[in-house]
Design a protein around this ligand. Structure first.
Ligand code: A2P
Length: 282
């Protein structure tokens, strides 16, 4: 790693001499608390859709030594494995060490990206099944934005259900736009197959603002409402596979529900019926 000269706050932007620097190619602000951005992809970097990497910026200089260390956090890659660029989806935490600064990046800026993808939300960690459930809250939708643009998702399953629970309607925008954009994108339609796109079901819900479907997905599963709405049976280990990505309380609650249906947690080395990963929070 290159040691940086002491710099003032105003200059404390990532500098071009950084190892693992990637250039921001676009930024979209979805709400005052959510944004997504795309960066260049290291030529040699391979990953499986659904994995995460460590990304960040140079930290503030140490007050005593003036030295800077990278400030990195785990971020799911939201773009599919075939994409030339890498996409990320993030919250903005006003006093968060990283996102208080990351939210200000612009096209042409550089971020640090360690090209070592890992994660459990991958097809390899699941046994073959008929229906794939992708359960997300908040920014937990990011790995699913990757998987929903990967042909393997549609090849492996007859039906794919994306559920996304957020507090407010505005927080659903990134996912809603993704779902809308897939059938409108000629390249994606060709890649995924027009018929395959009929397999995709989208079930957004909100908990604190009025929307067509209100309530936590966990409650809607317990009451059976989600199954009734989608016209599918309750999950079973014979047919259903699930990937979960959200806040900690949600992950724990849904895990219990899935276990109650008889599904067992899988891993890369031991594929089973469902997998879980915590969504990034600053
Ligand atoms: P709620 O508004 O009822 O807390 P957050 O923004 O806090 O990460 O939450 C994102 C979404 O996840 C919110 O809609 C929130 O609902 C929901 N949520 C939080 N905890 C749970 C849980 N244990 N089970 C299901 N959904 C949850």
């Amino acid at each position: 790693m290159t040691e940086q000269r002491p710099v003032t706050d105003a200059q404390a932007k990532p500098v071009k001499t950084l190892p693992d620097a990637q250039t921001v190619t676009s930024v979209t602000h979805w709400t005052d608390k959510l944004f997504s951005f795309r960066v260049t992809r290291p030529a040699s970097m391979r990953f499986r859709s659904g994995e995460f990497v460590m990304i960040g910026l140079m930290g503030e200089p140490d007050p005593k030594t003036g030295k800077q260390k990278p400030l990195l956090r785990a971020y799911s890659i939201a773009s599919p494995s075939w994409d030339d660029e890498l996409e990320f989806y993030s919250i903005k935490v006003q006093d968060g060490p990283l996102t208080s600064r990351l939210q200000h990046i612009e096209e042409g800026d550089e971020i640090i990206l360690r090209p070592k993808p890992v994660g459990t939300l991958v097809h390899d960690a699941l046994l073959p099944g008929k229906r794939l459930w992708l359960f997300a809250t908040g920014t937990g939708i990011a790995p699913f934005a990757s998987l929903l643009r990967d042909p393997q998702t549609y090849e492996d399953y007859d039906e794919i259900v994306l559920t996304h629970t957020c507090r407010e309607v505005g927080e659903l925008a990134y996912g809603a736009e993704l779902i809308k954009s897939i059938p409108e994108d000629e390249l994606l339609v060709e890649l995924l197959g027009a018929d395959n796109l009929k397999k995709l079901r989208y079930y957004p819900t909100t908990t604190r603002e009025e929307s067509p479907k209100m309530g936590r997905i966990t409650d809607l599963m317990r009451s059976g409402q989600v199954f009734e709405d989608l016209g599918v049976p309750q999950l079973s280990p014979e047919t259903d596979r699930a990937m979960v990505c959200g806040n900690l309380a949600f992950n724990l609650e849904i895990k219990e529900l899935l276990e109650g249906y008889g599904l067992e947690e899988g891993a890369n080395s031991d594929p089973k019926h469902y997998v879980v990963e915590k969504a990034f929070l600053d």
